[in-house]
Design a protein around this ligand. Sequence first.
Ligand code: AP5
Length: 229
Amino acid sequence: MASLGPTPAAGLKRAVIFLGPPGAGKGTQAQEVARLYRIPHLSTGDMLRDHVARGTPLGLLAKPIMERGELVPDEIVLGMVEERISQPDCANGFVFDGFPRTLPQAEKLNEMLRRLGFNRPLVLYIVVDYDQVLKRLTGRRMCKVGGEIYNIYDRPPKVPGRCDNDGGELIQRPDDREEVIQERLVAYERQTKPLVDYYRSQGVLETVDGRPDVDAVTHSIMGILRRVQ
Ligand code: AP5
């Protein structure tokens, strides 16, 4: 974990959106920003995986789509998000990881944010190399209990297979197999990458070099957050 000096004042009063390809480090950095600013970390991937694990109707619908590496229909994700950001714990802002990832999602989000009285979002676009994405995704392990993210190559837990925070079992995501990773990258290029230009044209996009180690990337992000606040 990076040594970043004093904890920033709680809240940002805005949505911080992490944008970037699978494996860029969106979840890793989103967890850290949410912890430092004491605001919720909202991962649509985690929300959907939770539905899949509980076998809800939404989960049954999403499971085969996620296993193929494709995107879940917009209306499903938008319903989940709207319900979540209307909760009182989101009033001081929140961090999105994995949302929005289509133009209709981004347009609908802008409308929701305006309606709920939030400032314009800040979009952090994490740029990485293709080879890094493959290594990061195939080496990723996640805590089954709290969702903490590890990597067997670059960020291993102290005890193999166990989470440092709560001792939970570390598991590999089913969509981190190489053939599914390829499909996720195709979906990213076709459906999500156009959001870079969309947000750049609105003047809310900041680019982050995601290639250095986790602490160095966190350091760059904290610099951006302090500057734009
Ligand atoms: P989702 O869960 O959002 O996955 P993703 O976007 O593919 O992104 P990842 O979680 O794989 O990567 P990440 O960038 O968060 O990287 P991480 O920090 O974990 O989505 C999964 C599926 O759900 C989608 O395919 C889709 O079907 C569905 N879905 C979700 N949201 C949706 C939406 N809005 N609309 C429609 N469908 C949706 O890091 C990866 C690894 O790298 C870790 O092991 C980490 O330790 C390591 N690492 C991170 N940073 C560094 C670093 N700087 N140096 C070295 N290692 C690093």
